[in-house]
Design a protein around this ligand. Structure first.
Ligand code: FMN
Length: 366
C-alpha cells in the first residue's frame, strides 16, 4: 500500500517535516500564574506530548499588554514568558519535534478589564458585539478606541519584538495571527475598518499593516521561518461581517504574499455554512491554491480522509488539525495505525488545571 499523503515528508523552506499533519494553534488558557508564563509541567508537557506532529503551532501568544483579550493566556513579551517558552521548545526539540509560536493581538476582541479600564484598540471605533473571556467570565465587548498612527507603529514594533523574543526562546518559526476577527483581520474588513487615512479606504490600505508587520519581523528573523494565518470567508463569528470587498481583499493579500519567501500561508475553510452568502468563497483551498505559489496549509473540520484527499488533489501541502489534537496527542500515530480517535471535551478547553489538558490517552505510540 502506498503511503498516505499526510504521512509523507515535507520540506518547509529548509525545515524538514517528517509528515504533513500540523497541530493548529489553540488557546488553552492554562497560564494561570502572575506572569502568564508557560510552565514545565503544563505547556511544555502538553506540547511535548504532541511532538510527533509534522509541525506544532502554539496557542495565540499576546505580544503586549494591549494585545490581550482572554484570561490566562501565555504571552511572549515579558522575560518570564520567554524563559517559560524556552522550556517548551526544549522539551519539544528533545522529542525531535518542530514548533512555531502564534503571535497574537486581539484588537477590539477584548475588554477594559484587561486594560486598567481603558478601551481596547482597533482600526475603528466599532463594537464587534461579541464577548471577551475576562477574569470574571465572559463579558460583552465595548466600542473600542480607534488606533492613532502612533498606536499602529507601536503595534508593529510589538509584533517585531514578539518575533525577536520567539527566536530567543528557541522557536523554529512564528505564525502571524491575521485571522479569526482579531486585530489584523479587523484592518482587512470594511465593516470593522472605516478609516480614512493610509490604513483604510482601499484594499491596499486595509492590507497595509500586515505587510508592515512582515517587513518589521524580517528584520529580526529569516522570512523563511515566518508563516501567517487567514480566514477569508469568516462571516458572523468573532464580530466579522463580510462584504463585496472581503474576498477581493484576501485575493490581493495572498497574491502579494508571493513577493515574499515565507514558511507558509495558513488558510481556514469557512467556520460556518456560507453556501447562501454571495460574498463568500465556500472552497478556500481550491480558490487560493492557484493564487499562492508557496506552501499552503489548510485547516478546519478535516479528518484523516479529507486531509489525505486535499493533499492528493494538490489543493494544499499541509493540513492543520485543531480539536482532534486536543484529545489525541498521538494523532500522527493514530493515522498511521488507523486507530479510532478519542473525542474532545469542550468543557475543559479553557479551564485551569491538568484535566482535559494532560490526561487524554496516548494509545497508538509504542
Ligand atoms: C479550544 C480552541 C482554541 C483555539 N484557539 C485558537 C488560537 O489561539 N489561534 C487561532 O488561530 N485559532 C484558534 N482556534 C481555531 C483552531 O486553530 C481551528 O482553526 C479550529 O478549531 C478549526 O479546526 P478543527 O476543525 O480541526 O478543530 C481555536 C480552536 C479551539 C477549539
Amino acid at each position: 500500500m502506498s503511503k498516505q499523503p499526510l504521512l509523507t515528508e515535507y520540506n518547509l523552506n529548509g525545515l524538514k517535516l517528517p509528515n504533513r499533519v500540523v497541530m493548529a494553534p489553540m488557546t488553552r488558557s492554562r497560564a494561570d500564574n502572575p506572569e502568564n508564563a508557560p510552565r514545565e509541567d503544563f505547556e511544555a508537557e502538553y506540547y511535548a506530548l504532541r511532538a510527533s506532529a509534522g509541525l506544532i503551532i502554539t496557542e495565540g501568544s499576546p505580544i503586549s499588554d494591549d494585545a490581550i483579550g482572554y484570561v490566562n493566556v501565555p504571552g511572549i513579551y515579558k522575560p518570564a514568558q520567554i524563559e517559560g517558552w524556552k522550556k517548551v521548545t526544549k522539551k519539544v526539540h528533545d522529542k525531535d519535534g518542530r514548533i512555531f509560536i502564534q503571535l497574537w493581538h486581539v484588537g477590539r476582541m477584548s475588554h477594559p478589564d484587561f486594560h486598567n479600564g481603558e478601551k481596547p484598540l482597533a482600526p475603528s471605533a466599532i463594537n464587534p458585539n461579541a464577548q471577551s473571556y475576562t477574569p470574571q467570565g465572559f463579558k460583552d465587548t465595548v466600542t473600542p478606541k480607534e488606533m492613532t498612527i502612533a498606536d499602529i507603529k507601536k503595534t508593529i514594533e510589538d509584533f517585531k519584538n514578539g518575533a525577536k523574543n520567539a527566536m530567543e526562546a528557541g522557536f523554529d518559526g512564528i505564525e502571524i495571527h491575521s485571522s479569526n476577527g482579531y486585530l489584523l483581520h479587523q484592518f482587512f474588513n470594511g465593516t470593522s475598518n472605516t478609516r480614512t487615512d493610509e490604513y483604510g479606504g482601499t484594499i491596499e490600505n486595509r492590507a497595509k499593516i500586515l505587510f508592515e508587520v512582515i517587513v518589521a519581523i524580517k528584520e529580526v528573523m529569516p522570512e523563511q521561518q515566518i508563516g501567517l494565518r487567514l480566514n477569508p470567508s469568516l462571516d458572523g463569528p468573532f464580530g466579522i461581517t463580510m462584504d463585496e470587498e472581503t474576498i477581493p481583499t484576501f485575493d490581493y493579500i495572498v497574491n502579494k504574499l508571493n513577493d515574499y519567501d515565507l514558511a507558509y500561508v495558513h488558510l481556514s475553510e469557512p467556520f460556518t455554512d456560507v453556501s447562501d452568502n454571495k460574498f463568500a468563497v465556500s472552497e478556500i483551498a481550491k480558490h487560493y491554491r492557484p493564487l499562492y505559489k508557496g506552501t499552503l496549509m489548510i485547516n478546519s473540520n478535516f479528518d484523516q480522509e479529507k486531509g489525505n484527499k486535499v493533499i492528493e488533489e494538490g489543493n494544499a501541502d499541509l493540513v492543520a488539525y485543531g480539536k482532534p489534537y486536543i484529545s489525541n496527542p498521538d494523532l500522527v500515530e493514530r493515522f498511521e495505525k488507523e486507530i479510532a480517535l478519542t473525542d474532545w471535551d469542550e468543557d475543559t478547553f479553557y479551564v485551569p488545571g491538568k484535566e482535559g489538558y494532560l490526561d487524554y490517552p496516548v494509545k497508538a505510540r509504542d
